[in-house]
Write a protein that binds this ligand. Structure first.
Ligand code: ADP
Length: 621
């Protein structure tokens, strides 16, 4: 495994400020000395360059044609070579140090951002598109890296070169120095004007790029659906539209640059011409020596050249600043406090749960759960039944505090849920989703995900056996070490679910949440999953989101939800004996099953079939 690199520790929260430059300055924390060294190297390189021209002047005015002393000539030669070496060496050093700083800052920022994103609330992730988050963690961080590697150091280089060369020209001749910078204010004003426009254009460009990555990511994730519905044409059009949008915005951005460069080049050219002319006239008049003119001709290039770059850098800096803004927008989101909570039991919970008039809504004005009340004893099972959108998932999502209930009281072992730290609570709860997510790692890594890799093999195998997946795993080429996903085996829906059950068994939580999806697999697998689930449920308080009567008949308590309210509650026997929603569903499923049985006996072919019709309420029957 690659070693974990820990960049200088620093809480990037401090770098959040409305002033983007100040924010970027704060991001430098821990790297300022390195950056200072980079700037100093730059200053030395700039001084060496300027000195070269001053030495040239001395050579032309005082040495050339006046002495034939070989030693003096050799010393002059050595001086030129030495200065060139000094300049080259320190330029290189400065570049190295600046990129070290920039890479270090980017490394730290990416790690921090990644960790931050995975700690944000569910509500934030619900509303934020994955493509946006990927864009901000990659392309935007990279723009910030470039800001430190190229733009900030480049800015320092310009200021230094300008200052040093201006001073050197000033020493040659004051008038000449003033003439040499006469157009510069114009260049600065123009750069600032473009800076503002480019910032806006770049912001739009980044937004569009994020939209495009979202579309791409969504299409790739949903590639099966796209294929199944043969909607490639539609998806292609959607992608083309966003891609075209990116092209347009990129074009706008480039047009801006294309306008800026020639304008600034013309201005710089004019400035240089003016300097050369005035300098030449002065040399002809004898106001300055020929050596001074030669030196000036070199110096003015190094005065104007950086100014030309200043414009470019000011414009490019805008990308760093915009990206800083986009990253900070994520950084300033509140994290989900995982450890906050006044109640810290030493042991595991027993699993007694009581809902008393609990209500909840994702938005304040539209309640999704209303006045929910029921009591579950430790080890009991509760099945939730109801049409799609009736609030079953929302109800179970309150238990690990993925969302906070807004009204009433919800207790675990008699203590209000809000008093438990989320981290503790989530350790006590195991969730098997309808379509469990497995990582593209080995099967073993997936099974041990909740407890860490160090678990002995026997325990992993025992969990796999209890989840009725061990034999399947052994049939793979590398057993438990087989990779899942792209580079390894592709697991069927039922197999994935059993791996998820093994993962939860190993975690050994007191409370279980099962999103029962046995309706989507064939009957043989269904029986295996059901027995695996039964082993998983033993002795644990269990919530089952059920889609079929068969999955919930044995539950100690059945709760029927409609539009966020409990409309029926009781055991299977009690509910079947009453008029109501439950009986309707029960009758319907029984009828379909008996019809199916008749049909199957007629056709004499009954393997691996399931009833997959849907009730108008949206429940599998
Ligand atoms: P069920 O699991 O019974 O199908 P849900 O609990 O998923 O129902 O949904 C209940 C209601 O809450 C639905 O109207 C749904 O649109 C809404 N809802 C579910 N999840 C969110 C969410 N993350 N943000 C906003 N509304 C949601």
């Amino acid at each position: 495994m690659a070693p974990v690199v820990t960049p200088a520790p620093y809480d990037l929260k401090n770098a959040i400020t409305a002033n983007r430059l100040l924010g970027l300055w704060r991001m430098l924390t821990g790297y300022r000395w390195l950056y200072l060294a980079a700037t100093t190297s730059l200053a030395i390189a700039a001084l060496a360059k300027t000195s070269t021209y001053l030495l040239l002047r001395h050579f032309v005015d005082n040495v050339l044609g006046r002495t034939a002393d070989l030693v003096v000539l050799a010393l002059m030669g050595l001086g030129f070579v030495g200065l060139a070496l000094l300049e080259g060496g320190f330029s290189f050093l400065s570049g190295r140090l600046a990129s070290l700083t920039a890479e270090g800052i980017a490394l730290r920022l990416r790690t921090y951002l990644y960790d931050h994103i995975q700690r944000l609330t569910f509500a934030y992730h619900d509303n934020m598109q994955t493509g946006e988050l990927i864009q901000r963690s990659t392309s935007d961080v990279d723009a910030i890296r470039r800001f430190f590697a190229d733009q900030a150091i480049g800015m320092g280089r310009i200021v230094l070169l300008f200052g040093i060369n201006f001073a050197a020209i000033w020493r040659l001749n004051m008038t000449l120095a003033l003439v040499s910078v006469i157009i510069i204010p114009l260049i600065v004003v123009m750069s600032i004007f473009f800076f503002k426009r480019v910032s806006k254009a770049y912001e739009k460009y980044q937004e569009q790029e994020a939209t495009l990555s979202t579309v791409l990511q969504e299409n790739l994730t949903g590639v099966r659906v796209v294929k199944a519905f043969a909607r490639q044409g539609y998806e292609r059009e959607k992608f083309e539209r966003e891609n075209w949008g990116k092209f347009q915005r990129g074009k706008q951005l480039l047009t801006m640059h294309a306008l800026f460069w020639p304008t600034s080049d013309i201005l710089c050219g004019l400035q240089m011409l003016l300097g050369f002319t005035v300098g030449a006239l002065m040399a002809i008049n004898g106001t300055i020596t020929v050596g001074a003119y030669l030196a000036y001709a070199g110096l003015i290039i190094w005065l104007i050249f950086p100014m030309r770059n200043l414009g470019r850098l000011i414009v490019q800096t805008s990308t760093g600043m915009v990206s800083y803004g986009r990253v900070v927008e994520v950084l300033s989101q509140e994290r989900e406090p995982l450890t906050e909570g006044s109640y810290r039991p030493a042991d595991d919970v027993r699993g007694e749960i009581e809902f008393r008039n609990v209500s909840f809504g994702y938005q304040a004005d539209s309640p999704v759960l209303q006045e929910i009340s029921f009591h579950v004893r430790p080890g009991e099972s509760v099945a939730l039944l109801g049409a799609t959108g009736s609030g079953k998932t929302t109800l179970v999502n309150l238990l690990p505090r993925f969302y906070e209930y807004t009204g009433g009281s919800l207790t675990l072992d008699g203590v209000e849920l809000k008093e438990y730290p989320r981290e503790y609570l989530r350790r006590q709860i195991g969730i098997v989703e309808q379509e469990p997510f497995l990582f593209s790692r080995t099967i073993r890594d997936n099974i041990t995900y909740g407890v860490g890799r160090d678990v002995p093999d026997e325990e992993v195998e025992a969990a796999a056996r209890a989840a009725a997946i061990h034999d399947v795993i052994l049939s793979f080429p590398e057993g438990h070490k087989t990779l899942v996903g792209e580079k390894g085996v592709t697991l069927s829906g039922g197999q994935r679910q059993r791996v998820a059950i093994a993962r939860t068994l190993l975690k050994n939580p007191r409370i279980l949440i099962l999103d029962d999806s046995t309706s989507s697999v064939d009957t043989e697998t269904e029986a295996e999953i059901r027995s695996a689930l039964e082993r998983l449920m033993e002795g644990r308080t269990t919530f089952i989101i059920a889609h079929r009567i068969q999955s919930l008949m044995n539950a100690d308590q059945i709760i029927v939800l409609e539009k966020g309210k409990i409309i029926q509650r009781g055991t299977h026997e009690e509910l079947v004996a009453q008029e109501g929603f439950y009986r309707q569903i029960y009758d319907l499923q029984a009828r379909i099953e008996s019809e199916l049985a008749v049909e199957l006996s007629v056709s004499g072919n009954g393997h691996g079939e399931t009833a997959n019709e849907r009730h108008p309420h949206g429940i599998d029957v």
